[in-house]
Design a protein around this ligand. Structure first.
Ligand SMILES: [Zn+2]
Length: 224
């Protein structure tokens, strides 16, 4: 099995005490999450795919992309998906001085709120870069910090089969799956992710799992 940092028990334990990683539950429920959009090519494709299966997911949007593609975020929200804050420019929050850190968080939140009429509940720090000060600031600004529990590193495009295998080998009740509908540049190719999501969702639904938004998932049990 190809491991990610989230597979190391001590890392998972450390993070789980500080951010939402997954939920303790015996129900067969999962959250699918997508980062780095809205993306003009892949987000609409994903919305159609998820709609065809009746699945709701959570999209962690980047502020500058929200300002450029507000209609895509609006469509995401109107389709019943949850929207989260992923920073205004997708920079490592733990490297920023306090004023810039606050600005990265609040400006993305404002862009989302102006577009869909709601302030997001969750924030996922770009690339998972955190420290105690970042987490304190995220909470002071009214957000719940989130990472997830399954990180198949689809953004590196390891191939559809690798993404499927990395997720399937880790699926368990209450898991939060981290995937990407966007990337550093707008022309990024996320077709592997889209193809993997198509297969994975069918496999999980057949195995009796249901997909919930992060808010719905976190209401269903305690955090790890
Ligand atoms: Zn990201």
């Amino acid at each position: 099995m190809s491991r990610s940092l989230l597979d190391v028990p001590a890392v998972r334990d450390y993070l789980g005490r500080r951010l939402l990683c997954s939920i303790k539950t015996e129900q067969k429920i999962l959250a699918l999450t997508f980062d780095d959009g809205p993306n003009p090519r892949h987000t609409p494709q994903l919305l159609s795919l998820l709609a065809s299966k009746g699945i709701h997911a959570t999209f962690f949007a980047v502020g500058k992309r929200v300002r450029r593609f507000p209609e895509i975020l609006k469509a995401t929200h109107e389709a019943g998906h949850e929207v989260g804050n992923h920073g205004d420019h997708h920079v490592a929050l733990s490297l920023l001085p306090p004023a810039l850190l606050r600005r990265e968080i609040t400006r993305c939140g404002e862009a989302i709120e102006q577009t869909i009429g709601e302030k997001p509940r969750f924030l996922r720090p770009p690339m998972g870069w955190i420290n105690g000060f970042v987490l304190k600031t995220v909470r002071e600004l009214g957000y719940e910090p989130v990472i997830g529990s399954i990180h198949p590193r689809d953004s590196r495009r390891p191939g559809r089969e690798a993404i499927i295998e990395r997720v399937q080998s880790r699926v368990e009740p209450g898991a939060v799956i981290i995937l990407h509908d966007g990337g550093w540049w707008l022309g990024v190719d996320r077709s592997q992710t889209l193809e993997a999501v198509d297969v994975l969702t069918d496999q999980c639904l057949e195995a009796g799992y249901r997909f919930l938004t992060l808010s719905a998932l976190s209401a269903a049990g305690d955090r790890w």
